[in-house]
Design a protein around this ligand. Structure first.
Ligand SMILES: Cc1cc2nc3c(=O)[nH]c(=O)nc-3n(C[C@H](O)[C@H](O)[C@H](O)COP(=O)(O)OP(=O)(O)OC[C@H]3O[C@@H](n4cnc5c(N)ncnc54)[C@H](O)[C@@H]3O)c2cc1C
Length: 489
């Protein structure tokens, strides 16, 4: 009989907390998840991954975006798209996600408690419910999976209506005719390009000269060209000096003297670790300048070994996908259950219009590391499926080691990129080579055929290994063939 109330208490029910809880439930341990009732599922379900991807799907469907190359730029499935049209599907998806989560918790005997948790001792937390009543609980192990909240600097006059952060954006009452997005990170780029597909006049401002630096430069060039062609006014190297709420519009003044006027401003320049409510001083865990916790990246233990932290609260890569994986690994370690080590390469997915997805190293990274490589490129319009779908853009780029022939990185921009990337991820993690793409047959017509084309593109420029060279003994002797040919003639 344990001296604690629980084997594991998880603070936060986002992707990380959820995966950890289900894993603990499967191991038949006593586990509790604490979160606010109205936040069950975390940022991912309420304001992040799921709502933004639902919005993207709704925008692309209602605007008829995917059909415009056939029927013209003015083609629409629905003429007057309103904020309610976008929100209707959003709320349906959200309710469904929360329902699935509750069902999973029930099935795996995961207990939940509504409220906000704070540490009061190394093995004890206090949970404050919405109504204000408190409960104290103990556990052998804890997992902090509290995620992040939006960064709201003082110089931005947020009003929740026309000047909003990423969490408030989806609650807009009306679709603005013009939108200014500050911050060309993943979230800023996704929303800017989605609203541009709705024919909203979008200005995307980024103080730095470059954006999405972890992506291969060739891809970013292609992407920049496409979003500009789609109408996004991308302004790089533009530091914001002043933001004014002028009632019916927002006035943005840049350090270079230029102005932008828009009906709505989305400030999407970063997020902060959600740790201020946790009273981490009580357990001696420190946070960095963005309120994030550092951990051992193999076990996810904090500086206090029985307290773990996973997901966005530990920083990079801050994805729902990686958060889930971390949560599961941490739960296994905390509950002393062996598990497989994580694979080195995971994919990044950016659900902009067009999509971007990458796995492995970029060309710039290979150059920095001095690794000799060959490149294979395929354009989606070269595939029959791309042609059928009317895709004018989209490309897949693969990088191979000249020494080992292994796949080192894959970068895709265009329709279906976030799904297609998993072929590359499998080949990368299974240490496959360029030869895989040459030797294997791909379904036809598919966009996946782009792998074959890019593989052949690189293969044809790479030295042929000795074992592939046709040996003399494999070739029929010309002398033996000659009489047969002569007979036919
Ligand atoms: C707009 C947007 C789009 C995104 N799109 C994608 C995408 O396409 N793909 C992808 O992989 N990732 C995406 N992400 C990132 C993804 O949402 C996060 O990586 C993921 O939600 C992080 O999960 P988490 O478990 O760390 O915490 P979160 O999902 O942030 O959840 C943390 C939970 O902890 C709770 N909590 C905080 N403090 C306390 C406390 N003291 N007591 C109790 N509970 C507490 C909060 O209420 C919250 O419910 C997106 C994010 C945003 C904002």
């Amino acid at each position: 009989m344990s001296k604690y109330d629980y084997d594991l208490i998880i603070i936060g029910s986002g992707p990380s907390g959820r995966a950890a809880a289900i894993q603990a439930g499967k191991l038949k341990r006593k586990v509790l998840v604490v979160d606010r009732r109205d936040r069950l599922g975390g940022v991912s379900v309420h304001t992040g991954t799921i709502p933004s991807k639902t919005l993207r799907e709704t925008v692309l469907n209602l605007s008829g975006w995917r059909e415009r190359s056939f029927y013209g730029r003015s083609y629409r499935v629905k003429d007057q798209i309103r904020a309610e049209d976008l929100k209707a599907r959003l709320h349906m998806t959200l309710d469904y996600e929360v329902d699935v989560l509750e069902h999973q918790f029930n099935r795996n005997h995961v207990e939940t408690m509504d409220g906000v948790a704070r540490f009061v001792g190394p093995h004890e937390i206090e949970v404050t419910a919405d109504a204000g009543d408190t409960t104290r609980l103990t556990a052998a192990k804890f997992l902090i999976a509290t995620g992040t909240k939006t960064y709201r600097p003082d110089y931005v006059p947020f009003n929740g209506k026309t000047i909003v952060d990423g969490d408030e954006f989806l609650e807009m009452a009306e679709i603005p005719r013009s939108l200014c997005v500050i911050g060309a990170g993943v979230i800023g780029v996704e929303y800017a390009t989605m609203f541009s597909a709705l024919d909203v006049r979008v200005t995307l401002i980024e103080p730095r000269e470059t954006f999405l630096d972890f992506i291969d430069k060739t891809l970013i060039q292609e992407f920049t060209h496409q979003i500009r062609e789609n109408g996004v006014d991308l302004r790089l190297g533009s530091a914001v000096e002043k933001i004014e709420d002028a009632g019916k519009h927002v006035e943005i003044t840049m350090a270079n003297g230029r102005h932008v006027r828009a009906e709505m401003l989305l400030f999407a320049a970063g997020r902060m670790g959600n740790t201020s409510s946790l009273n981490l001083e009580a357990v001696g865990i420190e946070t960095d300048h963005r309120n994030r916790i550092s951990v051992d990246r193999k076990t996810y233990q904090t500086s206090v070994p029985h307290i773990y932290a996973t997901g966005d609260v530990i920083g990079h890569p801050s994805l729902a996908s990686t958060s889930m994986q971390q949560g599961r690994v941490a739960a296994c370690h905390a509950l002393e259950t062996p598990t497989l080590p994580e694979s080195p390469w995971f994919p990044y997915g950016i659900y902009s219009v067009p999509e971007i997805s990458t796995c492995g190293m970029s060309e710039e990274e290979l150059q920095e590391r001095g690794i000799p490589y060959e490149v294979g490129v395929a354009r989606f319009r070269e595939t029959s499926r791309g042609h059928i779908m009317g895709l004018e853009h989209g490309m897949l780029k693969m990088l191979f080691s000249l020494k080992t022939r292994r796949v080192l990185g894959v970068q895709i921009v265009g329709e279906g990129a976030t799904e297609l990337i998993h072929i590359a991820q499998a080949v990368l993690n299974l240490k496959g080579t360029v030869d895989y793409f040459v030797q294997n047959t791909f379904n036809y017509p598919t966009l996946a055929e782009a792998y074959k084309i890019a593989g052949l593109d690189a293969f044809n420029r790479m030295p042929i290994p000795d074992e592939f060279k046709v040996r003399k003994s494999d070739t029929p002797e010309p002398a033996k063939l000659a009489p047969k040919k002569a007979k036919q003639a």
